[in-house]
Write a new protein. Sequence first.
Length: 234
Amino acid sequence: MTDTNALVLAGIGKQFTLHVQGGVVLPVLSGIDLAVAPGECVALNGPSGAGKSSLLRLVYGNYRAQAGSIRVGHRGGWVDVATASAQTILELRRHTLGYVSQFLRVIPRVPAIDVVAEPARAVGQSAAEAEHRAERLLSRLRIPERLWSLPPATFSGGEQQRINLARGFVVDFPVLLLDEPTAALDADNRRTVVALIGEAKARGAAVLGIFHDGEVRDAVADRVFAMRPPALAA
């Protein structure tokens, strides 16, 4: 693991304490070491309960690691998400870390095009450029123009997922975290997402993702990182 990587995880450990069950401790991750280079896509693979989504949330700063470090290359330096302040994590998300979760956080009354354009405006793009980038992605992901001015709360699950994807790709993030990005999509939109991931890799993005669709995983992943629940680890 060298400084040529964009993302370096070392000795990651995480457990949850189930207070409603008498303080039972549930181990989720233990001793995870992983590095992702610019232009590389690493697919997390393993059974349900192996901690794949939890690992992405740790990298994004939604959870705190209880052991190890999560170093992200950021503006010429390094940020350890495991110890960073909330303010630093927000800065990291604004400029460096893109994240497409399985579900869109629906924002009431905000039009879809503004939901998609918001991350681009947040990094200093003009309103016109941000809207233009949003329009291109909405078109590529086959969201009809008649829906652009409507809030995504009114959309189907597949349409909401495509809004989520457009929002995740509207900025050229150096590191992309993708949690089952094609789960609710038809074949044409899956191919579009594969193309978007390929374009992100070509510009040097480091991609860490979960792809339960084997064809999609084979098309985008340069390497597979196998995970098992800690209780099953040797």
